[in-house]
Design a protein around this ligand. Structure first.
Ligand SMILES: Cc1cc2nc3c(=O)[nH]c(=O)nc-3n(C[C@H](O)[C@H](O)[C@H](O)COP(=O)(O)OP(=O)(O)OC[C@H]3O[C@@H](n4cnc5c(N)ncnc54)[C@H](O)[C@@H]3O)c2cc1C
Length: 404
């Protein structure tokens, strides 16, 4: 593993300059915005509009999905270019993945792996150009960890599937252009061999979306009532949804990796330098300094895990247990940091600060910690996957599924 840039350094420095100049021009006005977190209820129309426009602009240049093939709307660039793009955008307080905070970044590689050529040519370009928002729609009321129990039925009727059922805890607070949905295509078929994946236009007749207001933001319940979806939109083939699920979940459960750093510690240090208790800056307190040092160390490890996974993914060498390891650790660190913030600043950690980016708002870190342990698969799922991949309790080590 090598985190250094490999491509000819002259080419990369020219590219970096191009990116910097482009961002200077196109991020104008961004300093007025306060980036909100993925499920936020704070995001206003201005921020949403800015993100969507930015996604289209980046997508138009192939920079939203820099390493995807050009023929599908990607940039056709190397890992080094992606690292440059990620790090330059990071300076504006937003990551490439969060620019257009839909799940397209996971859905696109799954379509690339499992879609037919015709599906790739139809579905990928608008996604890669940043034009469509996509929700991942997997969880059902009877249980999310065991998604193979899927009860939302999609029954073939001529050249359509007719979908009926319900999903919960999905999406964001702006409506989706598409739903990326696990369905049961053969209700009497054996477990794991009775599933399919549909890419469903969000405006199809028979879809009702009902917001669920959670502690950390907005999710939704989605009801399907005789929704007719073209059979063309079944990705991965008849009753092959479990294979598609494996690719999707591997990416969602940490295998995707990340390169951006977490700006939280910088803000904590700044806060503790400026805030005085009995005329002494908080930073002079040795117990506060200890806690900040712990935060720094743990966030640095999170960053290294994330970067390692990013690297493994892009050189196409799946790390057997890296995804689960990263996700488990990252979420525990977030929870611990919420506790540390409360110890350092007392009740001030429970008061939202609307003047800063939500991702570094102490109150949001505290409030979202518990919910994050559950989102996109629970800590128990991470532990189970980790154990299977390192061969605990099984005669052979489970392999990581291939991703793209
Ligand atoms: C913030 C947030 C965002 C989300 N976003 C989405 C989204 O965009 N799309 C989507 O489809 N879903 C989403 N979800 C749903 C999420 O994926 C599920 O909540 C999660 O998979 C767990 O499912 P569940 O809530 O049904 O809990 P359950 O599966 O019912 O689990 C209940 C408890 O039992 C434990 N448990 C279950 N099975 C086992 C086992 N085999 N061994 C040990 N312990 C076990 C779990 O860890 C948990 O503590 C989101 C959830 C949250 C909180």
């Amino acid at each position: 593993m090598d985190f250094n840039l490999q491509a000819d350094s002259r080419e990369i420095s020219v590219f970096r300059k191009e990116v910097q100049e482009w961002l200077q021009e196109n991020m104008r006005g961004a300093e007025e915005l306060r980036w909100s977190a993925t499920w936020s209820t704070r995001e206003n129309e201005e921020e949403y509009g800015f993100r969507r426009k930015l996604a289209r602009k980046l997508g138009g240049r192939g920079w939203l999905f820099p390493m995807f093939p050009v023929e599908y709307g990607g940039g056709g660039l190397a890992i080094d270019h992606q690292l440059v793009l990620e790090s330059e955008l990071d300076r504006y307080g937003i990551s490439l993945a969060a620019v257009f905070y839909t799940l397209a970044r996971i859905v696109a590689p799954v379509i690339l792996k499992w879609g037919t050529e015709e599906q790739k040519r139809n579905f990928l370009p608008p996604m890669l150009r940043g034009e469509v928002s996509v929700w991942q729609v997997l969880t059902e009321p009877q249980g999310g960890s065991d998604i193979a129990t899927c009860r939302t039925k999609a029954i073939r009727d001529g050249d359509h599937y007719v979908v009926n059922g319900q999903k919960v805890m999905v999406g964001y607070h702006h409506p989706p252009d598409f739903l990326w949905t696990l369905v049961c295509t053969d209700p009497s078929g054996p477990r794991h061999e009775n599933l399919g994946w549909l890419y469903i236009p969000g405006n199809s007749d028979g879809i009702t979306i009902q917001p669920m207001r959670l502690m950390m933001g907005i999710k939704n319940a989605v009801f399907f009532d005789n929704v007719r979806v073209p059979a063309f939109n079944l990705v991965g083939g008849e009753n092959n949804g479990w294979s598609v699920a494996n690719t999707h979940l591997e990416l969602e459960h940490g295998g995707e990796g990340r390169v951006g750093a977490d700006p939280l510690v910088e803000r904590v240090v700044e806060y503790c330098r400026e805030t005085r208790v009995a005329a002494t800056p908080l930073l002079e307190d040795t117990s506060v300094r200890d806690m900040i040092a712990d935060m720094m160390i743990e966030l640095h490890v999170v960053h290294l895990f994330a970067r390692r996974n990013f690297w493994h993914r892009y050189v196409r060498e799946p790390h057997p247990y890296g995804g689960a390891q990263f996700r488990y650790y990252q979420r525990m660190v977030r929870l611990r940091n919420g506790e540390r913030l409360q110890q350092i600043m007392g009740y001030h950690a429970l008061v939202p600060d609307l003047t800063v980016n939500e991702v570094v708002d102490f109150e949001y870190v505290v409030r979202s910690g518990p919910g994050m342990l559950h989102g996109g698969g629970t800590l128990d799922t991470d532990r189970l996957v980790f154990a299977r991949r390192v061969g605990l309790g099984r005669p052979t080590k489970e392999k990581a599924p291939e991703t793209i």
